[in-house]
Design a protein. Sequence first.
Length: 136
Amino acid sequence: MNFPATAGAKFAQTVQYGSQKWASEYKHDRNTIEGLDGFAKDESKEGLGTPGKRRLRGIAAQFLLISFIAVAANLRKIQAFRDEQLSSDSDEERAEKRKQKQAIRLRRKHRNDRVAPWGDFRSSDPPPDAKATDPA
């Protein structure tokens, strides 16, 4: 008996893709990775997303340069963390900065001007208390 490779693939993960539980478990990981990607692709720094800065031929050479870029980005991240920890800000000033960052995150999370629904990984089903109106 033969089964295609895609048989049962929908259920290969422990948590169903796109479910509320999946969104709550993977949202943080995805945001972390996307943030690190953006950090490393900053053209004023490492510029990982700009292949013109890596003018060597061959996969091995590209791999080596990308490895160096990743190391440089990680060192920059560590230095920023160290500088933040060694800053002369008081606990109250740090708490105020943290509060401001959380307010910004909440505004981004609850904004209604998203270009497309795939930006938030929420279920496409409307909430139970939503009106049954079609926006189209």
